[in-house]
Write a protein that binds this ligand. Structure first.
Ligand code: URA
Length: 237
């Protein structure tokens, strides 16, 4: 059993305040009876709820793949800055939060969900979920750096970083690389390059565990995860 307003929010009919208005306007029925009280208890598995003529299909959790653009912060709300949740339509919000953080100037794959348990399992340091980034670097990235990344780097923490796989795509004064890390420390990739005397000038996350950024998404666009993607993330953790 759950409150009718929560049920409607989680079924994608908007935020609490919007749902309240729909109820007040008499646009919601439960088993054919007009329902006006947000606190009315309903059985999400048995009752038929219709809102604006549309049957509400309850989906407890939502999983969104966002191509985070640079310039927005990985938070749910902020008084001054635009957040990743601000990029979503109202129906897509439904209490979602970003799973981990990308820096304001970092682009790429960000998972948003309201499934706290999966988020926790993906973020817990014990699981070492792989994250792969594409980066452009001010400085010549060399084979020697690749070996240092593999051995682990001192980025000012108690322990060295876990072995990271560095793939050099272009080794020039301005280098291009792909790197896979198995942990998620604050500014991790930037600090790893600083530790070898280079500087990250562009950073984009390509994948997290089994989830790969959909190449058809443009910066700022998002889509729901497929059943397959959800299943393999759950299996991974
Ligand atoms: N490493 C960083 O330095 N920044 C990010 O946003 C992600 C990983």
């Amino acid at each position: 059993m759950m409150r009718l307003d929560r049920f409607l929010c989680e079924s994608g009919f908007g935020a609490r305040s919007e749902v309240k208005t729909l109820l007040k306007k008499g646009l919601v029925t439960v088993n054919g009876e007009k329902a006006k009280r947000p606190e009315q208890k309903i059985d999400e598995n048995a009752d038929t709820v219709v809102c604006r003529g549309q049957k509400a299909e309850y989906a407890a959790f939502i999983y969104i793949m966002l191509y985070k653009p640079a310039g927005v912060i990985s938070a749910t709300g902020d008084r001054r800055e635009k957040t990743v949740v601000d990029l979503l339509d109202t129906e897509a919000r439904r209490g979602v939060f970003p799973v981990g953080r990308l820096d304001k100037d970092t682009e790429g794959l960000l998972l948003l969900t309201n499934d706290g348990e999966l988020a926790h399992r993906l973020l817990t340091p014990r699981k070492h979920v792989d994250k792969t980034y594409y980066a452009e670097i001010s400085g010549k990235v060399t084979e020697d750096h690749r070996i240092q990344f593999l051995k682990g780097l001192d980025i000012g923490e108690k322990k060295l970083t876990l072995p990271a796989r560095l793939e050099i795509l272009e080794s020039k004064a301005h280098s291009k690389i792909r790197v896979t890390v198995h942990e998620g420390k604050y500014h991790q990739v930037k600090r790893m390059f600083e530790a070898v005397g280079c500087r990250v000038v562009y950073l984009k996350r390509l994948s997290m565990g089994t989830l790969v950024l959909d190449p058809s998404l443009k910066a700022g666009e998002y889509r729901n995860l497929t059943e397959e993607e959800i299943k393999s993330l759950k299996e991974l953790t």
